[in-house]
Design a protein around this ligand. Structure first.
Ligand code: PLP
Length: 425
């Protein structure tokens, strides 16, 4: 018999830590191999860029110099990769001054996926009990991170069409002030291009409304723009500029985050960001030094080689029509199975990996609902929309991801999902 060990006195963070929901959904998958998953936001495995990666591996191996790419790298990331990413980003922006351009270029940093950058930002900005304003709906892994840090998420108000509601935001900020809580507001966060989960993109006017309401309330807090899906449009990019370029955000510290996982290879797990505020970027890097003192140098070197050889654009050109076809396969299956006639609604996205379904209002699609259990029994898994709200979570939304399954499986998964919806109608 092993000796009983003493109970562990966990830190507040350790006590708050809960199993991530995504792990629970993946465990369900493993227990039930016939389950078709529309849950995890995985990318299309078949079109992952094996030849481009192999070519980059070969190119690195044939360099005559010592293999520095197999050595530790720097905390901020490889200078050439940072420069290449800065050029890509600056090509999409119109910053106000050459000094702003120089700052954004100098402050590009590389992380272990953009997920790490989000965590670093929240670690340096927030104490337990602080508040972050988040889009509605928002990225649920980020919301779980906030909960794990003891940080309160408050939704940016939206109107019936899902657009940012400026007057309601002003009211919310006035309420916070009245309750003495405005000083606890530490940041604002949104996913602004082909969002996870809603597939919506924010218009410039909406981003400006947020900045104006915060300015009017005197709450000049850091803004975190998560542009993970910016390059994953199907046919037409979303032309809105980011907060880096929009004049209404001039006075705010700005953090712009993106990633090479979704547009290139999820398995390399390389993300990046930049900031208008050198101090904020440096603080995040100090903490990154404590985490890992640098993202895998080899993965960065591979990506540097890939981007330099045009491989990222080639991969994007290859996968855009693939995701469009997958989205259409799932959409068509849901329509053909009669979901709209049951009162289900969704917008057809122009990019990203998700359909965001609104169920008839009375239907509970939550994680513990009979509907969710029936879907698992029918062999299809989804992300309950209730996970994607910072507060006041409605139970009648569903996120379907079409990233990983092939078109035939998507059609079958759509049929299974719709069959359950018919039973609950
Ligand atoms: C909106 C959003 N932000 C950030 C991430 C993190 O991605 P990664 O860490 O792979 O860059 C994801 C992943 O699904 C996401 O959907």
């Amino acid at each position: 018999m092993p000796a009983a060990t003493a109970p562990i006195a966990y830190s507040a963070l350790g006590q708050r830590a809960q199993p991530p929901t995504i792990a629970r959904l993946m465990a369900l998958m493993l227990e039930n191999p016939s389950l078709l998953s529309l849950a995890a936001g995985f990318t299309d495995t078949r079109t992952l860029p094996e030849p481009a990666v192999q070519a980059a591996v070969a190119a690195l191996a044939s360099r005559p110099s010592a293999p520095e790419h197999l050595q530790y790298g720097t905390n901020q990331g490889r200078p050439k990769l940072r420069a290449l990413l800065a050029e890509r980003l600056l090509a999409q922006e119109t910053l106000a001054t050459p000094a702003d351009v120089a700052t954004v270029r100098k402050n590009v940093f590389i992380t272990n996926g953009s997920q790490q950058a989000l965590y670093l930002a929240m670690q340096v900005l927030c104490e337990p009990g602080d508040i972050v304003l988040v889009d509605r709906p928002s990225y649920f892994v980020y919301l779980e991170m906030l909960a794990g840090l003891g940080v309160r998420a408050l939704s940016l108000p939206v109107d019936a069409a899902g657009h940012v509601d400026g007057p309601a935001l002003r009211e919310l900020l006035a309420d916070l002030r009245e309750r003495g809580e405005l000083p606890r507001l530490k940041a604002v966060y949104f996913v602004s291009y082909f969002s996870n989960p809603s597939a919506r993109s924010l218009e410039e006017a909406e981003k400006t409304l947020i900045a104006e309401a915060l300015t009017a309330a005197g709450a000049i807090v850091p803004v975190v723009e998560d542009a993970a899906y910016r390059e994953l449009y199907y046919e037409t990019q979303h032309a809105a500029r980011s907060v880096l370029s929009l004049p209404a955000w001039d006075a705010f510290p700005k953090l712009y985050l993106s990633t090479l996982t979704k547009p290139f290879a999820t398995g390399l797990k390389v993300g990046y960001g930049t900031s208008s505020d050198t101090g904020l970027m440096e603080k995040m890097l100090h903490v990154k030094g404590h985490h890992d003192f640098g993202t895998a140098n080899y993965n960065q070197a591979l990506l540097e080689e890939v981007i330099d050889q045009g491989g990222l654009d080639a991969q994007l050109a290859r996968i855009r029509p693939v995701y469009l076809a997958k989205m259409r396969a799932l959409h068509a299956a849901l329509v053909a199975a009669g979901l709209p006639a049951l009162g289900w609604r969704w917008a057809v996205p122009g990019g990203g990996l998700y359909l965001w379904l609104s169920a008839p209002a009375a239907l509970d699609t939550g994680l513990d609902s009979a509907f969710c259990r029936a879907c698992v029994e029918a062999g299809v898994l989804y992300v309950p929309g209730e996970l994607c709200f910072g507060d006041d979570a409605p139970k009648s939304f569903v996120r379907l991801s079409f990233g990983v399954l092939g078109e035939a499986d998507l059609a079958e998964a759509g049929r299974r999902f719709a069959a359950v919806a018919h039973r609950f109608a």
